[in-house]
Design a binder for this molecule. Sequence first.
Ligand code: E4P
Length: 217
Amino acid sequence: MKFFIDTANLDQIREAQELGVLDGVTTNPSLMAKEGITGKDNIFKHYRKICDIVDGDVSAEVIATDYEGIIREGEELAELHEQIIVKVPMIKDGIKAIKYFSDKGIKTNCTLVFSAGQALLAAKAGATYVSPFIGRLDDISTDGLNLISEIRLIYDNYEFETQILAASVRHTMHVIDCAKLGADVMTGPLSSIEGLLNHPLTDIGLAKFLEDYNKGN
Ligand code: E4P
């Protein structure tokens, strides 16, 4: 399972990279705004900075919602850096654009996916990644993890190569459950990854080992 971090914060991205288990980064316009990055030039510069920190894929989202606009913007983003994955919303023109990008060898991440039908369509269009937003489904009392299972089943039935990128991951149990269900990738805050480290028996065991070592020294 690949671990992506869902942020545009450079310090957090550096920290995750230093942990040695980071496979990529996802961003979105809200995450950019949160860091105070505004205007096309600054946003593009920021994507380059992110690519310089991480070794893996960096999702950069288009703002356009019409076919020509998505193509124009997506091609500009793809030219920025070889690690850029063009993030395209799950709308009709988005699906057409994903098909275009796929035919041209430009990698894509189909975002804002909330149903199995949408995920099927994204795979048919040739998306590299599909991003089901599990946290936002949980927020409206719908089982986000069930969507991961449905998509896994459909993709396995037809051997689609599109990777399931479990997005809107909010906490560590989401990460573990997505791994059990066979999501290819998860993207979430650094805390959801670092939470995997924790177990009280590890802390108690380590304290005891150190105590016993110090007795003999
Ligand atoms: C996906 O790529 C999105 O950036 C993200 O995971 C959305 O998460 P949120 O629902 O926590 O905003």
